[in-house]
Design a protein around this ligand. Structure first.
Ligand SMILES: [Zn+2]
Length: 249
């Protein structure tokens, strides 16, 4: 989102229950925000509420935003039964993971840590898998909230942009997982790694190695699952990679 409001403006915006934080563009005049719609959101009209406050008064710049329907595939996968009907020990780990992730995603840097365009985490081919409605072992239904790359085990996985590592450890479903906070609620997640080469708290630059791809966690085979999260929404990674941010921040 792009707003021309002058450097002294204070912007108050929300959309689909999300508070939207704008940051100053490189040119010092404009304001920008990176936002998106969750993969599970309904199509239809939504209201983007924007109020711009300046010393001499405030103006309402709210508008209606149409959310277009997307067409996603469906698929059926078979994984080890413990990933569909986890036992008591596994449920404990899943619960601990959920608490940890809630803590990790509760705070994000108050300014953008990314700069310039996002880049793909691996050179391997991406599959058209974002948003696929899947069943696991014919039972569990779920939405695929990321993009799968056909990466052989051992492929170097790189940071899609600069940020801070806020999670780098094994999780039950995600396997070895690395999460980068890019600031203002934007994160990228790399899952199922065979090896993690970064530490929580570490700053990374665009393209810096995070680890090696693999087949840990709930998988049917080796691949890299790469996800883009903004606040609590999962966005289409392909759309983020297509954005030209080179002159923005
Ligand atoms: Zn995946």
């Amino acid at each position: 989102m792009h707003l021309q409001a002058g450097p002294d403006a204070k912007i108050d915006a929300d959309w689909l229950g999300h508070k939207i934080q704008f940051f100053a563009a490189q040119n010092g005049r404009d304001w920008l925000a990176l936002t998106g719609v969750d993969v599970g959101a309904s199509a239809g009209s939504s209201v983007l509420r924007v109020v711009v406050r300046r010393e001499k008064g405030s103006s309402d710049m709210s508008r209606t935003v149409e959310i277009e329907p997307a067409h996603y595939r469906t698929g059926a996968l078979t994984v080890p039964p413990k990933f569909v009907e986890p036992g008591p020990e596994e449920l404990k780990q899943i619960e601990a993971d959920a608490k940890l992730k809630a803590r990790v995603f509760a705070t994000s840097a108050p300014e953008p840590l990314w700069s310039g365009n996002f880049r793909a985490p691996v050179g391997a081919q991406a599959t058209d898998s974002f948003g696929t409605r899947r069943t696991f072992n014919g039972k569990l239904a779920s939405i695929h909230k990321g993009m799968d790359y056909r990466a052989a085990t051992g492929t170097v996985v790189r940071a899609g942009n600069s940020g801070v590592i806020v999670l780098a450890r094994p999780l039950y479903y995600e396997g070895n997982c690395v999460v980068i906070d890019h600031g203002l609620g934007l994160y990228t997640l790399s899952m199922h790694l065979s090896r993690i080469d970064v530490k929580e708290g570490q700053r990374v630059a665009t393209g810096e190695p995070l680890g090696l791809s693999g087949a840990t966690g709930r998988v049917t085979g080796p691949h890299l699952h790469w996800a883009v999260r903004w606040q609590d929404a999962y966005l289409d990674p392909a759309k983020l990679l297509r954005l030209d941010l080179s002159t923005v921040h």
